[in-house]
Design a protein around this ligand. Structure first.
Ligand code: F6R
Length: 340
């Protein structure tokens, strides 16, 4: 059995992705400070749109889930070139792009400008920040040097804090602090120096020859999506995601055929409708079994971040098992370059 230890990680990890994943707690706290330092005014909005792609867009989905039914106005994630037609001057639009160069997000900048919406930018630089500075639009500056997907803690906390400033959700600062403390303790147990039978190492070994289909529900649905993306980008392997209860109305039939797929269920019993929890049990039984993972922590954000952290580490260990450098995303770079 391959040892998933510090030496094995170091052998593939040319860009220090493991250290960035393990620093999630630091990122969560630093993000709070960065939003505060940006000195944004609170301003009641009709709703909040968060536009961003990939690693910069997932923070919107995670923040939406963490807020849950505590949202007082709509919070909408946009992963596209255009904004909904109903966005107007009463809305706040957060443009989230780590590089500041993503064409879909720049196009949403244009759409937000045309709509007369209040704009806020979260980025390290690029054209997006140049445009924001030129028009005196506030910028929440992110630290440079990461892969965007490794800045998930920043993307999530910035979305949460901007939601509070836009008057569409309560501030979850206390939950951010609690989540930071929780993931710091999990990092010790789950990191490369931790035991070989820790949850992420054991799960990576179980998934070594499989294509994972990660399933969530409610709070954990966007985390399932995050797991899929991290396996794709860090381990350069296929992975898919889906969610309950919807999958019980279609996808469950697909499991009758044999294939390379293995189900991973991300469960949050504390926050899940009892009928959905029953569906996790029955679905696992009907499809012939699933790896069942339970969120840890008290608050919604802790539970969400515990699963995000686990998935990030599973993807790291899958990269190690496959001999992939977790920083390498050649297909994404090629595509962006060919699009010009
Ligand atoms: C790369 C990554 C990608 C990018 C996406 C958008 O690590 O996760 O999914 O996040 O291509 O780029 P940015 O984040 O620079 O707007």
């Amino acid at each position: 059995m391959t040892a998933l230890d510090a030496a094995a990680v170091a052998a593939v990890d040319s860009g220090g992705q493991a250290a960035e994943i393990l620093d999630l707690g630091v990122h969560l706290r630093d993000a709070l400070w960065r939003v505060e330092s940006a000195g944004l005014d609170g301003q009641q909005s009709a709703g909040l749109v968060i536009a961003g792609m990939g690693g910069s867009g997932v923070g919107a989905l995670l923040a939406q889930a963490a807020i849950g039914d505590r949202a007082t106005r709509p919070i909408v994630a946009v992963r596209d070139y255009t904004l909904p037609g109903w966005v107007d001057a009463h809305w706040t639009v957060l443009l989230s792009s780590y590089s500041g160069a993503t064409e879909e997000t720049l196009s949403c900048w244009d759409a937000a400008t045309a709509a007369g919406a209040r704009r806020i930018v979260s980025s390290t630089g690029g054209v997006l920040v140049e445009r924001a500075r030129a028009e005196k639009v506030p910028v929440i500056p992110l630290p440079g040097g990461f892969q965007p997907r490794a800045a998930v803690g920043y993307a999530t906390v910035v979305a949460l804090e901007v939601a509070a400033l836009a008057g569409v959700a309560p501030s979850l600062r206390d939950e951010v602090e609690a989540a930071a403390a929780l993931v710091e303790s999990l990092s010790v147990a789950w990191g490369p120096e931790g035991p070989q039978d820790s949850s992420p190492k054991a799960l990576a070994l179980a998934l070594e020859d499989a294509v994972p289909i990660v399933c969530g529900a409610g709070l954990t649905a966007p985390v399932a999506y995050r797991w899929k993306c991290q396996v794709n980008e860090n381990a350069n392997r296929p992975a898919f995601w889906s969610e309950l209860p919807e999958l019980d109305h279609n996808e469950i039939e697909g499991w009758a055929a044999s294939g390379p797929f293995t189900a991973v269920f991300l469960e949050d019993p504390a926050g899940t409708h009892e009928r959905v929890q029953r569906r996790f049990d029955l679905t696992a039984e009907i499809i012939g079994g699933a790896h069942r993972i339970t969120a840890q922590g008290e608050t919604r954000l802790e539970r969400l971040m515990s699963l995000v952290h686990l998935g990030d580490l599973v993807s790291l260990y899958l990269a190690v098992l496959g001999g992939a450098d977790p920083i390498a995303i050649p297909a994404i770079y090629r595509l962006k370059s060919e699009l010009g």
